[in-house]
Design a protein around this ligand. Structure first.
Ligand SMILES: Cc1ncc(COP(=O)(O)O)c(C=O)c1O
Length: 379
């Protein structure tokens, strides 16, 4: 039986009755844009991660863009972030006319606080750490830099709902925290959705206006806003799935432990172990693997789907090079090493213990085969 990387059909099938009941309730009320499920969702998130305000939006990208805008990022400003992320982190910066300034990563794949200090300039308007794969950034160090240089933090926590650093939820460290609820996320809608959290009432209220054309009330429009609302149906799906989030993260953490047990002796790969103070929600399980591409092909032949998050650094994407001066990746040694060695293994909540055993065994078989071939070549 093939082992898929994710199983969204299985997730939806397992909740079919609740989803159809939800749809029926929404049809009865006739509330499709805005509505009671959205209010409920915002309250649920505030309670879950202990933050004062949550604004439901139509995507994580809009959360980042509106968050940067409310922090005051404008044309010509610089925002510091990591090149090892999904394109949306940098796109949000570019959409405001600002310039993304990239920092190398640590061996955990996330922004390196030491390199971050070196990149601060008079133009730096914000710092955007990305909690990639559900692994928290070193927020204690990033907070001290932010305080020392008086530069606000906007957290890209798109992949990291439920992740904690020193027992505090990520997304709640900075001025604003931005989350995605895209179908592939641990807390996922059945379409595009995202949300922004903040303790700042002024920011929350302003974004609530901006997400809905800047409409204050029926007659007054105070700003030229956007169409960035979450649908009532998507909020309803998220409310349903929020009830399961804790157990989904627990299952992913159990799956990670199984991989750690099965693969710990393999010297050809590095595993994403949790460091002290980290609570990883394992949105993805990214290993660093020797002969990554050959391993990926081998697993594909064994009908095991894997992925690469992400195969190019942001500054090597055409979107960046078309607009900005080319960056030489030799100045980013860790990021450079990362992109050519990372491989994402399936870790979703539907995968079984036996499937993880099979994936692990196939990885071991691959390196046994490669090593045997190499030692034969020595004779
Ligand atoms: C790190 C990161 N930032 C931002 C986003 C953007 O979120 P969305 O797709 O909801 O716009 C994503 C989504 O995949 C992401 O992974």
């Amino acid at each position: 039986m093939p082992i898929p990387y994710v199983n969204l059909t299985k997730q939806a099938e397992s909740q079919k009755k609740e989803i159809l009941d939800l749809l029926n309730r929404i049809i009865k009320k006739g509330q499709f844009v805005g509505g009671y499920e959205i209010d409920k969702f915002e309250k649920n998130i505030c309670k879950l991660i202990n933050v004062k305000h949550c604004v439901a939006l139509n995507s994580g990208t809009d959360a980042l863009t509106l968050g940067l805008h409310l922090i005051g990022v404008k044309k010509g400003d610089e925002v510091i972030t990591t090149p090892n992320s999904f394109i949306a982190s940098a796109a949000a910066i570019v959409h405001l006319g600002a310039v993304p300034i990239f920092v190398d990563i640590c061996n955990d794949g996330n922004i390196d606080p030491k390199d971050l200090i070196k990149k601060i300039s008079k133009k730096t308007k914000a710092i955007m750490p990305v909690h990639l794969s559900g692994r928290p950034c070193k927020m204690d160090k990033i907070i001290s830099i932010s305080k020392k240089y008086k530069i606000p933090i906007i957290e890209d926590a798109a992949q990291a709902i439920g992740t904690k650093f020193k027992n505090k939820f990520v997304g709640t460290f900075g001025k604003v925290g931005c989350f995605s609820a895209h179908p592939l996320k641990n807390l996922n809608a059945m379409g595009d959705s995202g949300y922004l959290v903040t303790d700042d009432k002024i920011i929350a209220n302003k974004i609530k206006l901006l997400r809905n054309h800047g409409i204050k009330n029926r007659n007054d429009i105070t700003d030229f806003g956007y169409v960035s609302r979450m649908d009532n149906f998507q909020a309803g799906i998220l409310n349903l799935r929020l009830k399961k989030l804790k157990s989904i993260i627990a299952k992913r953490r159990t799956n990670a432990k199984l991989y750690f047990q099965n693969l710990k002796k393999l010297k050809e790969i590095k595993l994403p172990y949790e460091e002290k103070n980290q609570f990883n929600s394992f949105h993805t399980f990214i290993i660093l693997a020797n002969k990554r591409d050959k391993l990926k092909n081998y697993l594909e032949k064994k009908k095991i789907s894997t992925a690469i998050h992400y195969p190019k650094l942001i500054f090597d994407q055409k979107a960046y090079t078309n607009k900005f001066k080319k960056i030489n990746s030799k100045h980013y040694p860790n990021s450079k090493y990362y992109v050519s060695n990372i491989l994402t293994l399936p870790i979703n909540e539907f995968i079984t213990k036996n499937e993880i055993k099979k994936i692990s065994n196939e990885i071991i078989n691959f390196y046994n085969f490669i090593n045997a071939k190499n030692s034969r070549q020595h004779f």
